[in-house]
Design a protein around this ligand. Structure first.
Ligand SMILES: *Cc1c(COP(=O)(O)O)cnc(C)c1O
Ligand SMILES: [Zn+2]
Length: 500
């Protein structure tokens, strides 16, 4: 009910659509219309970003008023504005509310580390649980945006019978298949996965959503080349983060952090894992946009984390002299941070450009890259989850990266870090299993720490004839004997004392 809202924001509370967005080519700076499916510049084949011709109009509203608008928008019951499009003016002002696809993404919880974990790390920090998105990873933010943009083209009769495709380390395909299935039969989806390089939980997701699933020998980078070829030769919608709409949607992560922390980004550090580098691109870009619109008055420090086994971005920034830096793709080795196991990130040109702008706006180096060992990823993930978190291995990598950055003096202890738990722990439980069973393949270079291992114990009764089963139920004395025997054994294991 619009009457509830204060007069100064009443006219802004429901966003208006404006057609000011265009594709900007990072190679030749050409502008292209967003009214068609486009993933690279037709002139020079470089990656694109979506820009706003009228971004200056955002500055007509003062920062404090934007804050108020976004705070009050939390009260709206309009589904289209319940997710990432709370920030419609920044996420995609060209998309009318009728075309927005909302499946419950965004506004994920920010959970403070308990004292025990803070002490172990030596810093105060929070996890933002992006594993609490509908397909259990942050990819849903980008898919909500990408699929809304396609729905808009369908609604305008600009495209029809869309086949959406993606390559994936597991989570992109889960999100793509989920959002596409919601829009079926207007959109059909097909996903390409590196054979045996996604977890069984991740594989089950696109299958359950009814997508066509293709397993391809090799690693993610090989799958990516194949979908790039498919998208340049055939009429398909590419849903990888090469698709600039993905980036736009994932900027919501930064907007939410700004809002979660009362718009105060001073002394904040945002830690994200890097795979294809779409997410760190979006995170930096989001903070830049809010900073330029005076919604935040400081930029948080950004720390990108890579495993030693997949570290091309880290390697690139090792060279301090910008002019001498040269990007060299790496051959990945097996990583428990499998969703980030990428040797040739598609968004590298975006990262280079935006990190430079970010540092310039901050007036000092403010974007950093660290690498972590596989051992530290697993150990910190397990430590986090033993203290109430639900971090995936990539989220464990963020914590390992924070510890690393603290050791290197990149982060100071007056600062507060926000770590991206990019997916839910259960998607990657296979790695926890291997660790707990001490059967992690050698190439991961992980030695399970006995203190971290947790295994179930099977408790059997002394009398092998008195064991219940589904078919054979125990009765009377037998049952009482069984209950006494087992409860005594559990009590002994737990060192329980008799109550008086
Ligand atoms: C995709 C993904 C990443 C890597 O993000 P990029 O945008 O590819 O850099 C990290 N963690 C999880 C859980 C992911 O699904
Ligand atoms: Zn171009």
């Amino acid at each position: 009910m619009l009457d509830y809202f204060p007069d100064d924001i009443k006219s802004h509370i429901i966003p208006k659509t404006r057609k000011d967005l265009y594709y900007h080519c990072l190679g030749c700076a050409a502008e292209h219309s967003i009214e068609k499916l486009l993933y690279v510049c037709p002139d020079c084949n470089q990656v694109l970003l979506i820009k706003d011709k009228n971004a200056r109009s955002l500055n007509k509203i003062p920062g404090f008023l934007w804050q108020k608008i976004f705070d009050f928008r939390k009260m709206l019951k309009i589904p289209a504005l319940k997710g990432i499009y709370r920030y419609h003016e920044f996420i995609g002002p060209s998309i009318p509310l009728e075309s927005i696809v909302y499946l419950g993404e965004g506004h994920t919880p920010v959970v403070e580390a308990n004292n025990r974990l803070k002490q172990a790390v030596g810093l105060s920090f929070f996890y933002k649980n992006d594993g609490q998105n509908p397909s259990a990873s942050f990819k849903d933010r980008g898919m909500a945006s990408a699929l809304s943009s396609i729905k808009y083209l369908i609604d305008q009769n600009l495209v029809s019978d869309v086949i959406a495709i993606c390559a994936s380390t597991g989570d992109t395909s889960a999100a793509a298949a989920l959002y596409a299935s919601y829009l079926g039969p207007l959109i059909k989806s097909a996903v390409l996965l590196p054979h045996k390089k996604v977890t069984s939980q991740q594989l089950s997701q696109p299958l359950g959503s009814g997508a066509k699933v293709f397993e391809i020998p090799g690693v993610f980078d090989d799958c990516m080349k194949i979908v790039e070829q498919l998208s340049s030769k055939y009429s398909v919608a590419l849903l990888n983060s090469k698709n600039a709409w993905r980036i736009l949607g994932q900027e919501s992560y930064s907007y939410e952090i700004a809002q979660d922390f009362e718009w105060n980004m001073k002394d904040k550090v945002v830690v994200v894992p890097i795979g294809n580098a779409g997410n760190i691109t979006a995170v930096m870009n989001g903070f830049i946009k809010f900073y330029e619109a005076n919604i935040i008055d400081a930029l948080p420090k950004i720390i990108g984390v890579q495993s030693e086994h997949a570290n091309p971005v880290y390697q690139y920034y090792l060279e301090p002299d910008e002019a001498k830096r040269k990007f060299i793709p790496v051959n990945t080795k097996p990583s428990v941070a499998q969703a980030a196991m990428i040797g040739n990130p598609v968004s590298m040109p975006r990262v280079i450009k935006i990190a430079k702008k970010y540092n310039a706006l901050a007036g000092r180096r403010h974007v950093f890259f660290v690498q972590v060992t596989e051992q530290s990823i697993m150990d910190w993930q397990l430590a986090a989850n033993k203290n109430g978190h639900i971090a995936c291995t990539q989220g464990g990598g963020c914590l390992a990266g924070l510890v690393q950055a603290f050791d290197q003096g990149i982060v100071k202890n007056k600062e507060t870090a926000i770590l991206d738990a990019t997916a839910h722990a259960i998607k990657f439980s296979e790695f926890q299993d291997l660790y707990f069973k001490s059967i992690i393949p050698e190439e991961y270079k992980i030695n399970p720490n006995p203190d971290n291992i947790n295994q179930p114990s099977l408790i059997l009764p002394d009398d092998p004839d008195i064991i219940p089963s589904q078919k054979k139920r125990l009765k009377g004395n037998d049952f009482q004997k069984f209950v006494n025997d087992i409860s005594d054994k559990v009590a002994k294991r737990l060192n329980l004392t008799l109550s008086v």
